[in-house]
Each structure stands twice: as structure tokens, then as C-alpha cells.
Design a protein around this ligand. Structure first.
Ligand SMILES: [Zn+2]
Length: 485
């Protein structure tokens, strides 16, 4: 299948451009991964979810994607955190890599094709620093090695900053012997008690930025297609990666730069029940993972997103509506065969609209709107079908259900069995409300008995009693079910 035409906003040119991969049909994607000194922050989780959907959609559109997301497991923050816990930095980093993997799985993030760690790539890092020193764009100073921003004329072309202002604004840290305040460390001389490796400049460890230059080149080549990360990484991290890589290779580094907007925690800070929830792990303890994905994807990836209790609760309600619709549709037409024939209306239009919105810079917010139309059509066909022909309605519902499966793989939503998802949501609501499940089920059983003996007055009274408890009951094709209203 020929790959589709996708437009994306390139931070380098500040314009939407058509994605033309260097090798037709193949796309290399590098996303800066977590620094593993703690549980991943909810803002980072948004960034990783955005790129998860970018990768899924590129694949859906027929591109062969190689997705690389690193772990920064050598870093000042890790050393500091390890000092506080009394662990070895390596052990602390390994523990949080594992925690990240668990959280990422819970959030339905695809495992990247390669998840390299800094500590496994010292030879590659030393090689690129050596090249930069040989070329005269980096210099050694008392066991540190710095990149010389003045030796690379294109410095700051991604962030569009002014080099003179940068040089004036930067302060030299005590102990640093840099030629220019804006020069940055490629290699840091070992300090007592810190992890270190041998190098031509003595024992030390890599600076932060060089790892991504080394690991992207190793797994995607010196030139690759899409480099992604959070907006906060443009400067200095991505600027520095770019300078090192292009100065070393003499080639274009990333051909497209994509940046995900900030997650604004103000709303959450003011919220009592969320308190100061900032880690993905804590958020997943309170909200359904697909609801959290839905919440992230409801805003365009480049726009700021305000994190709030209400936003999460609304997202979960919306997911409940979607899953209730799917349960109903599955009960009606799941596994059934209908005589072949035409479909009612034009059900394929929702998927086409979804695709055209996603083709336009991965507009997931718009695409979810198209999905609302699709679910609306499914509800209409199940609740009040506009035509009497049952086979026509059945075929159309099955076609729509199939399209939900297709978008499910792109968004990482609706991946669960509807009744399982709804039960989990109910269990969570039961816990939050402190409901007595035995009592609810006793009342439910009594209502079934009352209906059996056609005592409808008693059945209605029991329904009212359940309602007073905050329980809503629904008689479905598969029997009576209840949910927390
Ligand atoms: Zn990076």
C-alpha cells in the first residue's frame, strides 16, 4: 500500500510540511525518553502518549516505522536522588526504568522498537566526542570536554535564539573552565562518589545532550526523519543535540522536529481531591488509563493542556458512553451474519473524516470529534433505527464497529472488552462512593424475583431504592446490569 500524505508542523521551519521520509515508506522516529530518577511526571506521560499516537498512526497509514525512545540513566538528578535514598545510582536508575515500563504498559504505550540506555552506549558517546574534538568544535579543559558554540555557525537555529544574548545570559558554574559561557559539557570529569568511565580525557561521565546524538545515530543513522520531545526540550537539549550531531557528521540531523505542548498543573494544584498529583502512577491509581489517554488526546498535541479533576472525570464519563455503546452494538450484532447487501447512509464517512484530520498534523482532538459522530450513528441504529430492514441495520452496525476497531489501534482506546471495562469502572466508582455491593445485589435479586411473579409495583419500588443509593439499572439483551450513576 502506498503511504498516505501526512502533514506535520516542523519546529525548525515553524510550518506545516508534508512528511517525505528520507527512505520512501520508512520513517525513523527518535523521542527523548525519561530521566529515570523518579516516577514519570504526568506532563511527560502526555508527551509520550502523543508520540505513541504519532507512531501508531504512521504505521496505520502504511509507513514502516522504527521508533527509538531512550532512558537517561546517567544524570545529576539520578546521583542526587541516589544520595537521598542511599542506593547506588545504577540501582536507583534500574528501579525507575522498571517502574516506567510498568506505567507505560498501563497507559497502553507501545514498546518502542529500541529503548537504549546511556550506560550501555559509552563507546558510541566517546566516539562522537572524539570526532568533535578532532574537528576543533570541542575542547578539553581540566578533564571536562566542552562544545564550542562559536565554532558551529548554525548554533541556535532550532530555538531561534541569538548567540550573543545567549553568551551574555549564561553564567559559568564554579569550577568550570569554559571559553564561552554558552559552551556546554560533552564530558564531565569524575567527582568522588559518582559513576564514571574511562575516556581519553580521564575518568568521567557524559553530559546530558550527547547521549541522544550518539544513540539516534546508532539506531536511526546520522540523518533520520522525526525527532520528538516536550516543548521544554527545544532549548538547550535539542539545540545542543543538533549542534553536536551536525558538527560531527556534516549532515542534516533530524529532518522534522515535533514538540508536544505543556501540561498545565495549575488546575490540579488548586484541586483538593487531586492534591499535588503529578506522577503518572498516582494518576493511574485514580483514573482509567484509557480515560487518561482520551483526556490527553482531546487537545491537540502542540497546545497547552490544563490538567484538572473535572477534565479527567469528564473524560471517564465519555469513555463510559463509548463503551456502553459498544456493549450494546456487540450484543445486537456481534458474531452474527447478515445477508450481504448495501449499507444504510454512508457509514465510511466517519473513518475518512478521522483520517483526514489525523493526516493534518495528527489532529487527535478533531479526530475524536469524528468518532463522536460514528458513535452517535451506532446509537441511532441500535436505539431508534431509521429503517426497518434488520439486515441493513445489522450490516451497517457491523461496518461501524469494524471502523471502531481500526481507530482503536491508532488511539490506544477501546482496546478492552466493553463489559470488562464497564465493570472496572463500576468497581472504582463503588470504592469511591463506599457502596455496599452485597446490599445492591440483594436489591437487584429481589427485583428480578418481583418481575418474575409480575409484581411490577414492587420491582419499581426496588428500582427507586437502588436509585436512592446512587445505582442505575439497565435491562440489556444480556440481562440486567447496574452502574454507579
Ligand atoms: Zn534527547
Amino acid at each position: 500500500m502506498a503511504a498516505a500524505s501526512i502533514r506535520l508542523f516542523n519546529t525548525m521551519t515553524m510550518q506545516k510540511e508534508t512528511l517525505v521520509p528520507e527512505v520512501p515508506g520508512k520513517v525513523g522516529v527518535y523521542v527523548c525518553g525519561p530521566t529515570v530518577y523518579s516516577y514519570v511526571h504526568i506532563g511527560n506521560a502526555r508527551t509520550f502518549t502523543s508520540f505513541d499516537v504519532v507512531v501508531r498512526y504512521l504505521r496505520y497509514r502504511g509507513f514502516e516505522v522504527r521508533y527509538v525512545r531512550n532512558y537517561t540513566d546517567v544524570d545529576d538528578k539520578i546521583i542526587k536522588a541516589a544520595r537521598e535514598t542511599g542506593e547506588q545510582p545504577v540501582a536507583l536508575a534500574a528501579r525507575f526504568v522498571e517502574a516506567f515500563r510498568e506505567d507505560a504498559r498501563a497507559l497502553h504505550l507501545l514498546e518502542p522498537d529500541v529503548s537504549p540506555k546511556v550506560s550501555d552506549h559509552l563507546p558510541e558517546i566517546l566516539r562522537i566526542i572524539g570526532t568533535l574534538v578532532d574537528k576543533g568544535v570541542a575542547y578539553e579543559s581540566q578533564g571536562d570536554v566542552y562544545f564550542s558554540v562559536r565554532a558551529y555557525p548554525d548554533y541556535a537555529k532550532l530555538s531561534k535564539r541569538n548567540l550573543e544574548e545567549l553568551c551574555m545570559g549564561e553564567r559559568v558554574q564554579p569550577g568550570e573552565q569554559k571559553r564561552e559561557p554558552a559552551d556546554f559539557a560533552l564530558w564531565k570529569a569524575a567527582k568522588p562518589g559518582e559513576p564514571s568511565w574511562d575516556s581519553p580525557w580521564g575518568k568521567g561521565r557524559p553530559g546530558w545532550h550527547i547521549e541522544c546524538s550518539a544513540m539516534s545515530a546508532r539506531y536511526l543513522g546520522e540523518t533520520f526523519d522525526i525527532h520528538g520531545g516536550g516543548l521544554d526540550l527545544i532549548f538547550p537539549h535539542h539545540e545542543n543535540e543538533l549542534a553536536q550531531s551536525e558538527a560531527a557528521s556534516g549532515k542534516t540531523f533530524a529532518r522534522y522536529w515535533m514538540h508536544c505542548g505543556f501540561l498545565d498543573l495549575e488546575g490540579a494544584k488548586m484541586s483538593k481531591s487531586l492534591g499535588n498529583v503529578v506522577s503518572l502512577r498516582e494518576a493511574l491509581g485514580r483514573v482509567d488509563p484509557e480515560a487518561l489517554r482520551f483526556f490527553f488526546l482531546s487537545t491537540h498535541y502542540r497546545h497547552p493542556l490544563a490538567f484538572s479533576d473535572k477534565g479527567l472525570a469528564d473524560a471517564e464519563l465519555r469513555m463510559e458512553y463509548f463503551y456502553e455503546t459498544l456493549r450494546k452494538v456487540d450484543e445486537r450484532v456481534g458474531g452474527k451474519e447478515f445477508a450481504p447487501g448495501p449499507l444504510h447512509g454512508e457509514p465510511a464517512r466517519f473513518l475518512r473524516e478521522f483520517e483526514s484530520l489525523m493526516d493534518d498534523d495528527f489532529n487527535s482532538a478533531g479526530a475524536l470529534g469524528a468518532l463522536s459522530g460514528l458513535f452517535g450513528a451506532m446509537n441511532e441504529l441500535t436505539d431508534k433505527p431509521p429503517v426497518k430492514d434488520k439486515a441493513l441495520v445489522g450490516r451497517t452496525l457491523q461496518a461501524l464497529r469494524e471502523d471502531v476497531r481500526k481507530v482503536s489501534g491508532v488511539l490506544g482506546l477501546f482496546e478492552d472488552e466493553p463489559s470488562h471495562w464497564l465493570l472496572r469502572r463500576r468497581d472504582r466508582a463503588v470504592k469511591e462512593r463506599g457502596l455496599d455491593v452485597a446490599r445492591v445485589e440483594g436489591l437487584m435479586a429481589a427485583r428480578v424475583e418481583a418481575r418474575k411473579v409480575k409484581d411490577f409495583a414492587e420491582a419499581d419500588r426496588l428500582r427507586g431504592e437502588l436509585k436512592a443509593l446512587g445505582v442505575e439499572i439497565m435491562d440489556t439483551a444480556g440481562g440486567t446490569v447496574w452502574k454507579v450513576a
